[in-house]
Design a protein around this ligand. Structure first.
Ligand code: KG4
Ligand code: ZN
Length: 341
């Protein structure tokens, strides 16, 4: 019997990701090209440059994926691509390639919600995740707490009122002189810092709901740096590390507390943490500690699949195939796409 092999394509922002997921077996192979170096020069993602780079990289990356695995294109049973949310031009590249390939190969083509891909990404290493669960989705563009009763049934319980957690990490990184995206670098810096040296606010920690707000925290860091003298801070590795540690302490305390509160609402006992900020070691440490203390299970994607990748898109595509989905021409994109619609 022919295997069910799904090609996944991710081009929603600044990563070109492709992957092959075999139904019943798991991830077969994946490849990722990151545009971060190109955008770092501008201090953030430049949408037009992102789309052009996807145009340059996507087809060669698909070719390499198949060549390295000694497969021909007709081995695939379906193609899954990120349909939204994301940057319009970037989404159009993956969408056009996926639908053109699907048309030529006469295979189903499935448009995937980028956030659904993130929040189901722990299934890549943990097929046994128990539904229902609460998901914390923390990326560069989103900070949400979602109730997941089953695949496809998502209820947003909490959201950020301004900056996303990843965005706050990146903006704070910039204040401390780190290149874009500062999140991972800031958390490395924080490992040498003293989180008690410059205590910062923990926004909405006791707000009584599941919402977040991080823009004031970033402003508090900017004010602190100004008060201490920008030049002095930027020259001092110790000060930068202490400020990074305080910032990280505030964000991870709030995220951990809101996860515990969300689990309590309906007495859920499983938590999934996904998205780029889910790679943060301190956040994982605090959530693991809470899981032992409170007694809930916690699942993360493998670190390499926390940030954008093709593997999570191929995985959700394979789940859709099992539900009998099949895409068709003509196609469209959804740069803005609420998860619960
Ligand atoms: O999920 P993702 O690749 O992109 C979106 O879909 O938005 O997440 C990227 C975000 C960036 O803001 C990046 O700085 C942040 O995740 N990030 C981290 C870490 N690794 C990536 N933030 C904190 N700690 C990390 N270790
Ligand atoms: Zn993402």
């Amino acid at each position: 019997m022919k295997q069910t092999l799904v090609l996944g394509i991710e081009t929603s922002c600044d990563e070109t990701g492709v992957a092959l997921y075999e139904l019943g077996k798991g991830l077969k192979a994946h490849k990722l090209y990151s545009q971060i170096k190109m955008h770092a020069e501008y201090g953030g993602v430049v949408p037009e440059l992102a789309s052009r780079d996807h145009v340059r990289k996507l087809i060669p990356l698909i070719r390499e994926l198949f060549n390295e695995n000694k497969l021909s294109l007709d081995a695939i049973s379906a193609i899954a691509y990120t349909k939204g949310p994301g940057l319009s031009g970037a989404l159009l590249v993956g969408t056009t390639v996926a639908n053109t390939l699907g048309y030529a190969l006469r295979t189903p083509v499935i448009g995937i919600h980028h956030l659904e891909a993130h929040l189901l990404s722990p299934l890549l290493s943990n097929p046994e995740i128990i539904f229902p669960f609460i998901a914390l989705l923390v990326s560069g563009g989103h900070t949400q707490i979602i109730r997941v009763d089953q695949i496809g049934n998502y209820k947003i319980l909490g959201d950020t009122r301004d900056d996303a957690a990843g965005e706050a990490f990146d903006k704070t990184g910039k204040i401390l002189g780190l290149p874009y995206p500062g999140g991972a670098l800031l958390s490395q810096l924080a490992t040498h810092g003293d989180a008690t040296k410059y205590p910062l606010p923990k926004p909405m920690l006791n707000s009584g709901d599941l919402d977040f707000s991080f823009s004031g925290l970033k402003t508090a860091v900017a004010q602190l740096v100004r008060k201490l003298d920008v030049e002095v801070v930027l020259r001092s590795d110790v000060m930068k590390a202490d400020i990074a540690a305080s910032f990280q302490e505030s964000v991870t305390d709030v995220l951990t507390a809101k996860c515990c509160a969300a689990l309590r609402v309906d007495d859920f006992s499983s938590l999934v943490v996904a998205g780029g900020v889910g790679a943060n070691t301190e956040l994982r440490r605090k959530i693991n500690q809470a899981s032992k203390k409170v007694g809930f299970r916690v699942y993360y994607p493998p670190i390499e699949f926390c940030t954008d990748n093709g593997a999570m898109v191929a995985l959700v595509g394979a789940l859709r195939v099992t539900e009998g989905a099949s895409g068709a021409l003509p196609f469209n994109i959804r740069p803005r796409w609420p998860l619960n619609t």
